[in-house]
Each structure stands twice: as structure tokens, then as C-alpha cells.
Ligand binder design. Structure first.
Ligand code: PGA
Length: 249
């Protein structure tokens, strides 16, 4: 089964290091059936493009402004990303929500701006440990999804990937259990069916992220209910990420 394998470098590596990474990945994943999306820092796009152009690997960004242009020192716009041959952008990552105080309302605006500029969106949602322990994870994640998708039309869902990333599993070495993932993916598909149509619920791409590594990736990504994975720490090792990207799921 074809899967979507997404890397999130976060604020790691330099453009010089990207050269070897991109060259190795592009060469070694040539025959892969999977959709591979690499989300490095903005400074890496030019060098990544040298190797990804003509390959099947897509480039993604880790953030985008909700504004089109103007007096937003330090921000990056959707049209800048598009012009840099970036195809995808991660919106709503828990690190942006917590460290940079991004709200559901802002995330909704960012999604609209990104889509309006022809970018595809990887929307991250997920609960923290306290919410899970209070048995509120389902309701919490449903609300994040509802708020993020306000005013988004069904035909735009083709350009959207939902990444379920429980905060307690990010960078902790402790993934969600298979049962947790299955339950949450089912709930998310139901919510999309409720908000749009049954067909939309079936078709929407949902990936899981949180402590996926070279030892556990196969059993998670192989899940028939899932369309793929978002991988942080483990994507920094190009050899491991190549293995995960090339796998026949
Ligand atoms: P991790 O990060 O794979 O290092 O847990 C995932 C993410 O934050 O996207």
C-alpha cells in the first residue's frame, strides 16, 4: 500500500548538511512507491531543490504566515514558499501551538492563506497527557479539527493531510499504542464524515506522528486505517529515513 512519509527536521541541521542528505535520499529512494515529503528549515530549500527536482520527493515548510505580505518581520509568506518550489506546509504543530502561542483561530487563517496560494497543508492536532488521562482526548482533538477546518470546503480536503500527533508521544520515545492510533483515526474519519460527507471521511489522508523510529515504524505505518507518518527525530538520520521511505507497506 502506498503511504505518505513526512519528515520534520524542526530546527536541526544546516544547509551544507542538507546537500548530502538530499543527494542520498533522492538517489536511494528512486524506486519507492511512497509519497515522500521533506520539511527542512527554510534555509535548506535551494539546496534541497537541486536534488529533489525531477525526483518524486516533495518539499515542505514547517511554518507559514497567515498574512499575504507586509510588516511582519521574521515571518515567511505562502507565496514565498510557493515560489521556492515548496509544495506542502506544516500548520498547527504542537511546538508552534505551545512555544509560539498559536491559537486554533490563527491556524485556521494560516490554512486558508496556504490553500489560497496553492500550497498543500499538513495539519497537526493532538492532545497532551493530562487531557488523555482525563479521557478527554477524543473531544479535544475533534474540537481542534473543527476549529482548524472552519470555512474550508470539501474539495479543498484533497490538499490536506491530517497528522495526529499526541503531544505526550512527540520526542519522548513512547509512541501511542496501535489501539490508541486506530481509535483516534476512526474518530477523525467520523468527524470529517460529519462535517462533510462519508466519502470525504473515507478519502481524507491521516498520518500519525510521535516517536516513530527505525524499530517501530513498520507496525505503525502498515496500519490499513493510516495513510502514513510524520517523523521528527528519526528523520534526521538519512539512512534510517531512507529505509522507512522505501518500505513496501
Ligand atoms: P518525533 O517528532 O518523531 O521526534 O517524536 C514528531 C513531530 O514532532 O513531528
Amino acid at each position: 500500500m502506498k503511504k505518505i512519509i513526512i519528515s520534520n527536521f524542526k530546527m536541526n541541521t544546516t544547509p551544507s548538511e542538507m546537500k548530502n542528505y538530499a543527494m542520498t535520499l533522492a538517489t536511494k529512494t528512486k524506486g519507492s512507491k511512497n509519497k515522500i515529503i521533506i520539511c527542512p528549515p527554510f534555509t535548506h530549500f535551494a539546496v534541497a531543490n537541486q536534488f529533489f527536482e525531477g525526483s518524486k520527493i516533495s518539499l515542505g515548510a514547517q511554518n507559514v504566515s497567515d498574512a499575504e505580505s507586509g510588516t511582519y518581520t521574521g515571518e515567511i509568506s505562502a507565496s514565498m514558499l510557493k515560489d521556492s518550489k515548496v509544495e506542502y506546509v506544516i500548520v498547527g504543530h504542537s511546538e508552534r501551538r505551545s512555544r509560539f502561542k498559536e491559537t486554533d483561530k490563527l491556524i485556521n487563517k494560516k490554512i486558508k492563506t496556504a490553500l489560497a496560494n496553492g500550497l498543500k497543508v499538513i495539519l497537526c492536532i493532538g492532545e497532551n497527557l493530562a487531557t488523555r488521562e482525563a479521557k478527554e482526548a477524543g473531544n479535544f482533538v475533534k474540537k481542534q479539527l473543527d476549529d482548524a477546518l472552519k470555512g474550508i470546503y470539501e474539495n479543498e480536503l484533497e490538499s490536506l493531510i491530517i497528522a495526529y500527533e499526541p503531544i505526550w508521544a512527540i520526542g519522548t520515545g513512547k509512541t501511542a499504542t496501535i489501539k490508541d492510533i486506530q481509535k483516534m483515526v476512526e474518530l477523525l474519519r467520523k468527524e470529517i464524515s460529519y462535517l462533510y460527507t462519508d466519502k470525504a471521511g473515507e478519502k481524507i489522508n491521516i498520518v500519525y506522528g510521535g516517536s516513530i523510529d527505525i524499530n517501530n515504524y513498520k507496525k505503525i505505518i502498515s496500519l490499513p486505517c493510516l495513510n502514513g507518518a510524520l517523523i521528527g527525530g528519526a528523520s534526521l538520520n538519512v539512512d534510517n529515513f531512507t529505509v522507512i521511505s522505501k518500505e513496501n507497506y
